[in-house]
Design a protein around this ligand. Structure first.
Ligand code: BES
Ligand code: ZN
Length: 879
């Protein structure tokens, strides 16, 4: 029988009728069967029925005010994950004893067993797999947690808040009691038990309190904690300075876990991390991963205020905490390293991942109105577009009003569970500007299009910009009410100098900011130098809104911006647009079997960028990152993936050939013997150097491949070694196998590195990709129950354009089988795999039919978890 899916609606929200002031949990920890006693202090104005959630729990007994609750006063409906206690008095204490089976829990939500440790993951609905409780974020309680376990097997016992007592028990057992003074929703509960070592540090808060910081790991990973601790201290200091947020407990613990569905989790005072998001060392970790770890540590730490102290009314409001915390971690990284580079990185994520999601059947607003399983909505839209929406608000009200709004936000809502509307109300109150129109962003799926046409009057020196906005036809076209879209802009003289901007016209509040608040808007830039040569507008500077911009700039004008724009983002983006147009032109020519267009102007412009002394190496490397497959695919309907892939590769090869000498020289001059150090300058140097080698390697010249081999064997750090490996893995031959095998041998003891290795092989465009990943499933490294391994091998293969699509039906059938098999082990990971098939409609008819059939086959499979079924249903709707 096909799985059925039940959808909940945001409008159906009702407050929970009970208050639970205190939760006292006592655990008898055992991997096979853990017993949990759960005591709830309850009150409600009238008393009545209490409905609790509970899943896969063995119920052992219920007491009301210390008396056994007779059968008949309660109803347990395991098939509905529900326990109802009937006719309770207005104030009472309920005690429930139940047990769960951590070892049998492969879903990795609730209490589970990972690498000899017992750990929890409760967000979004894992707590109900631990004990009976109203598993919803608007029920806030104080927690006291008692943990008991064998001292030998579980010497370390951790939970939220502060440790209050510990003692020995008979029969080799021991006990630890933890107390969290801050009321919290149950999704922030956590415990960890196992043989762990830790590295410790301290932080003194702005008001002078000492906080003990610890990173707990397995002993062999003790040498990989330093970077996370440094990142934590940086984050704590930044949040005090930039947002006035101080930490509120005496302890902050981080634990690294090998089997983990997400990247990391912000449990109060006890963050639990996927080992790959916390462990780092120069020998085993690439620069980008150092940066990622710093960012994840910051993100989870920032949740302590944006998410934990101020939490969610219900899960439809997820972007309230995730969008805001992403915005906060973006700003942290921008302040810590480079603002323009961070903006470029984030816009790449938007274009490569969020825009495609927003253009396909899985599109949804940042605040969805109907959801079956909230786990399917931890999406780039809720996260990254959610952050963009807050960034626009920041732009519209300005930094001072923004800071004042956020101070008031945390003051007003501390200890409460609120909605996005509450957040907007504060910003409106404090800034004094109406946000009625702006609110539409919260309910609108799809990426808005903004077009801008120009009229130049050389006699008066007036440049008129005629803006309009619309949605894609299938998402409402022009029939929807207009959004408020902030468009930051500047204007350059025909020689490339920045011109002053006295902007006037409707909707202009800040001189360089147009507020596009209607379908069509005319803005006049006055007092520009007169003459026939028109000045060049630089539109959407800093990428001030998450929209698709269609302007009427000529290539020569884009080249001018690429060379001279004072806004680094737009300078880069002009290059992106030129490259995109070229690749798409090549794609069309290949399809029509015409000679492909050349583009010497672009090569020349790129050569000048690489030689520009004002640009840092990281920025130059961004110019060497051409628009990716997903961003380009938007322009191809229907999409012929192999031709687009070839077109992109052709352009890189042309550029590499034109710039060969310069790239090679850069590669050599950027070499360094200095000891490895993670900082922005060194990171940039290595990134640019490896980008040069990457492009050169596309020429398939023996001389260049020898450079890659030399770099692999002599690398003094993981960034250089792994970059070389990735290029080599694109080649074929015994020598390639020798190197890929060497890499595995060297690093087989480092799980995160083995993941990277699998990922590189799964993404390689060398022929035989499907056979390669199938063969790797017989390798000792393959672990289908480990989410990192599954995503590194199976997940990565879905993004391997040439090999996945090149293998045709065999690949999509294999991928569907994997999705079903993995779903039976871990539905969260399975749903993620299914998601990659979501964009099937955009392909050529034959391919689309094949991918659709795969989705239908998954959907029809016996016992498919509802989480995965929902993704299939969304992807197939109206098909
Ligand atoms: N609260 C989430 C973790 C989470 C994700 C729980 C999905 C349940 C389901 C956490 O704050 C988060 O967003 N982590 C990100 C990393 C972050 C840097 C974007 C993650 O896990 O990828
Ligand atoms: Zn988060």
């Amino acid at each position: 029988m096909a799985t059925s899916v039940t959808t909940l609606k945001r409008d159906d929200y009702r407050p929970f009728p009970w208050q639970i002031s205190h939760v006292r949990l006592e655990f008898e920890l055992d991997p096979a069967c853990t017993r949990v006693q759960n005591q709830l202090e309850l009150s409600s104005p009238t008393g009545g029925d209490l409905v609790l959630d509970g899943r896969a729990l063995e119920l052992e007994g219920i007491w009301l005010d210390d008396q056994p609750l007779p059968v008949g006063r309660w109803t347990h409906e395991p098939e509905h994950d529900r326990l109802t206690l009937h006719a309770l008095p207005p104030r009472c204490t309920v005690r429930i004893v139940s047990s769960c089976r951590p070892e049998a829990n492969t879903a990795l939500e609730g209490l589970y067993w990972s690498g000899g440790k017992l750990v929890t993951q409760c967000e979004a609905h894992g707590y109900r797999c631990i004990t009976f409780h109203p598993d919803r974020p608007d029920v806030l309680s104080r927690y006291t947690v008692t943990l008991r376990a064998s001292r030998e097997r579980f010497p370390v016992l951790l939970s939220n808040g502060d440790p209050v007592s510990a003692r020995e028990l008979p029969e080799g057992r021991h006990e630890a009691v933890w107390q969290d003074p801050h009321p919290k929703p149950c999704y922030l509960f956590a415990l960890v038990a196992g043989a762990l070592e830790y590295q410790e540090d301290h932080f003194t808060t702005a008001s002078g309190r000492d906080v003990c910081l610890r990173v707990y790991v397995e002993e062999h990973n003790l040498g990989k904690c330093q970077h996370a601790l440094e990142s934590l201290k940086l984050s704590m200091a930044w949040d005090e300075k930039a947002w006035g947020r101080e930490y509120d407990l005496a302890r902050f613990n981080i634990v690294a876990v090998a089997d983990f569905n997400a990247g990391a989790m912000e449990n109060k005072g006890l963050n639990i991390f996927n080992a790959s998001a916390v462990l780092a060392s120069p020998d085993t970790t690439i620069d980008d991963r150092f940066l990622y770890i710093e960012r994840v540590v910051a993100h989870e730490y920032f949740h302590n205020w944006s998410g934990n102290r101020v939490t969610l009314r219900d899960w439809f409001e997820l972007t309230l905490k995730e969008g805001l915390t992403i915005f906060r971690d973006q700003e942290f990284t921008a302040d810590t390293h480079s603002r323009p580079m961070k903006r470029i990185d984030d816009v790449q994520t938007l274009r490569e991942r969020q825009f495609p999601e927003d253009a396909g059947p899985l599109a949804h607003p940042i605040r969805p109105s109907a959801v079956a399983d909230i786990d399917n909505f931890y999406t780039v839209t809720i996260y990254e577009k959610g952050a963009e929406v807050l960034r626009m608000l920041h732009t519209l009200v300005g930094p001072e009003a923004w800071r004042a709004s956020m101070d008031e936000y945390f003051r007003r809502f501390d200890g409460r569970a609120i909605s996005c509307d509450d957040c907007l109300d504060v910003i409106q109150d404090v800034s004094g500007r109406s946000l009625e129109q702006f609110r539409r962003w919260y309910d609108r799926a799809g990426t808005p299009r903004v077009s801008c046409r120009r009229e130049w009057n050389g006699d008066t020196g007036e440049l008129t910009l005629i803006f309009s906005q619309s949605m894609a036809a299938h998402q409402g076209g022009t029939s929807l009410p207009p959004l408020l879209i902030p468009v930051r802009l500047g204007v350059l003289s025909p020689e490339g100098e920045e011109l002053p901007l006295p902007v006037s016209g409707d909707g202009v509040q800040q001189p360089d900011l147009v507020e596009l608040d209607r379908d069509d808007l005319r803005v006049i830039l006055k007092s520009l130098p007169r003459g026939t040569a028109a000045p060049v507008p630089s539109l959407l500077r800093q990428y001030s809104a998450p929209v698709l911009l269609e302007d009427d700039l000529k290539d020569s004008e884009r080249l001018l911006l690429m060379a001279h724009d004072s806004d680094p983002f737009n300078r880069w983006d002009a290059g992106q647009r030129l490259a995109s147009d070229w690749i798409l032109g090549v794609e069309q020519a290949l399809r029509e079997q015409r000679p492909v267009p050349a583009n010497p102007e672009y090569s020349r412009a790129l050569g000048k960028v690489l030689a520009d002394g004002r640009l840092d190496p990281m920025m130059k490397s961004a110019f060497l990152t051409l628009p990716g497959f997903e961003a380009l695919a938007r322009h191809c309907r229907p999409l012929d993936p192999l031709t687009l892939f070839d077109a992109r590769r052709h352009v890189i090869r042309e550029l590499a050939s034109d710039l060969r000498g310069q790239l090679l020289e850069l590669y050599h001059t950027l070499a360094s013997d200095a000891a490895w150090r993670f900082d922005f300058a060194e990171h940039g140097r290595r990134t640019l150097r490896n980008a040069c080698l990457g492009w050169l390697s596309r020429l398939d010249e023996e001389e260049i491949l020898q450079l890659a081999r030399d770099q692999y064997w002599s690398a003094g750090n993981m960034s250089d070694r792994q970059a070389a490996l990735a290029l080599i893995a694109e080649q074929t031959g015994d020598w390639v196998d020798e190197i890929t095998t060497d890499f595995h041998q060297r690093f087989r003891g480092h799980a995160e590195v083995v993941d990277s290795w699998l990922g590189i092989l799964a993404r390689s465009s060398a022929p035989g990709g499907l056979e390669r990943v199938q063969r790797l499933q017989t390798h000792e490294a393959w672990q289908p129950a480990n989410p990192n391994r599954v995503r590194a091998l199976v997940g990565a293969f879905a993004s391997n354009v040439s090999q996945f699509h090149g293998a045709g039906e065999a690949a999509s059938r294999w991928y569907a089988e994997q999705t079903v098999a993995i779903s039976a082990i871990n539905a969260y990971v399975g749903a993620g795999l299914a998601r990659s098939l979501g964009n099937w409609r955009r392909y050529q008819p034959d391919r689309a039919a094949m991918l659709r059939a795969s989705l239908e086959w998954i959907r029809a499979s016996e016992g498919l978890p509802a989480k995965v079924a929902e993704v299939c249903d969304l992807a197939l709707k109206d098909a």
